[in-house]
Design a protein around this ligand. Sequence first.
Ligand code: ADP
Length: 486
Amino acid sequence: LIEKLKDPSLVTDKAPIGADWVAASDSSASFDVTNPATGEVIATLPNMGRAETARAIDAAYTAQKAWAAKTGKERAGILRKLYDLMVANADDLATILTMEMGKPWAEARGEILYGASYVEWFGEEAKRVYGDTIPGHQPDKRIIVIKQPVGVVAAITPWNFPNAMLARKLAPALAAGCAMVSKPAAETPLSALALAVLAERAGLPAGLYNIILSTDSASVGQEMCANDKVRKLTFTGSTNVGKILMRQGADQILKLGLELGGNAPFIVFDDADLDAAVEGAIVSKYRNNGQTCVCANRLYVQAGVYEAFAEKLAAKVATIKVGDGFEAGVNAGPLISDKALAKVEDHISDALAKGASVALGGKRDARGGLFFEPTVLTGVTPDMKVAREETFGPVAPLFRFETEEEVIAMANNTEFGLASYFYAKDLSKVFRVAEALEYGMVGVNTGLISTEVAPFGGIKQSGQGREGSKYGIEDYLEVKYLCLSV
Ligand code: ADP
C-alpha cells in the first residue's frame, strides 16, 4: 500500500486518543485489515475495547470545552484547511480507500471529494448558527433563543463509504463545537485514520477527533451509550444495530442520529424517457457494486415498457467491467465479504426458485474471490426475498406493474423509508407520486441524489435525523432559551 502513495505518512497503524497516537504494540491485542480484491493483509492495528473508549470520551470531554469557546470563524478556518488537504491528497486517500474497501479507484476518488464537500459545507455553516429573538409574552419579558453544541458525540460508521460516512458526521460535529469519538468499521479503518492525520495537519486540536479501532463493536457501542459524558450518538449502518443502540441509549435518553437500512424502489412509468431511466438505474443500482443504502433494491416497471426496459438495461449492465479497483476501466469491484456474497446468492436462488428468470449474470464472477457478475432478474414478484430485504449487491430485480395506485402500494409496503426513485414525464403524476412515496428522499428522473447541500436521511425504520444541508448542523446543536425580565 505504502508504495502506491505519494505521501506514505497518510497510512498509519496508530489511532488518536486525546494527544496520544496509540499503536498495536501498546495494546495486548491486534487485528488485520485485508484488501477484499486480493485477500492480502494490508495493515495490523490495535484492537481496542471499552477502556480505550472511556479514555477517548474523557479526552473529548475536556477538549470540547475550549473548542466550543472558539468563534465559528475560527472553527471554520480549520475545517477549510482540512477540506483543502483532502482535495490536495485525494489521489492518496482514494488509493487507501480502494485498498481496504475494493471500490474502483475513480469511484473512491469521487467519494473523497464527496466527503470533502461536507467538510467545506459545514465549515461555512459554522459561521451561521443563528438563534432567534421572540416577542415576550409579558410586557417586561424578552426572549432570546441560542444554540449550543451538544458536547461529546460518538460516531459509529460502516465500511461501504469509509470516508464520506464519517466526514458527514465529523464535519457538522466540529463545526457546531462538538468533539468526536469515532469507531470506523473494522473492515475499513485506514480511511478514518488518514483523515485524522490530515485533521492534525489542518490544526485541529488534540482530543477533538478520537478514533477507536475495534473488532468488538458491541463493547465499544455499550460504552458509548452508557457513558454519561456522551451526549449524542450518530450511527450509519444496519437497522438491527440501530435498534440495539437506541435501546442501549434509552437509559440516559441519548440523542440519536440514525442512518439505517433502505429498500429503495425505482419506478419506471410508461411515459418515462427509457434511456434516461436505464442510465439512472445503472447509477442507482450498480454504484459501489450495489453496496449503498440508497441503491435501488426493487425496480418496478410499468407493463407497457417492461420488455423494452429489461432489454435495454441488460444490454447496458453487460458493459460493466468487473475487476480489481486498481485496474483501468473497472467499474465494479469485489463485494466486501463472504457473508455479503452469500446473501446475494441466496436472494438470487430464492427468486429463481419462486419463478424469476436471469436476464444477465446470476453467478460468481469467473475470476473467483469476492467478485460477482452484475445481474438482472426478470419476472420478480412480491413473495421473493429481493422484495423485502436489502440485497446490497449488484442485482437488479424487475417487477412488473399495471397502475400508479398499485405501484405506490407496493413501493410503500416496507418498513424502510430512505431513498426512492421514479421516472415519469406527466407533471401532475410527478407531484402525485413524489408526495405519495413514504421516503425521506425521492429522485425524480434521476438516480443520483446525494449531495452535501441537501438533507440526506430516512423515515420509518430507515432512521432519524438528517445529514448535510442547513438542516444537518441542527442535529449537533441544542436549543436554549433565555427568558429575561427587564
Ligand atoms: P453493515 O451491514 O453495514 O456492516 P452494521 O450495522 O453491522 O452494518 O455495521 C455498521 C457499524 O456498526 C460498523 O462499524 C460495525 O462495527 C458497528 N456495529 C455492529 N454491531 C454493533 C453493536 N452491537 N454495537 C455497536 N456497533 C456495532
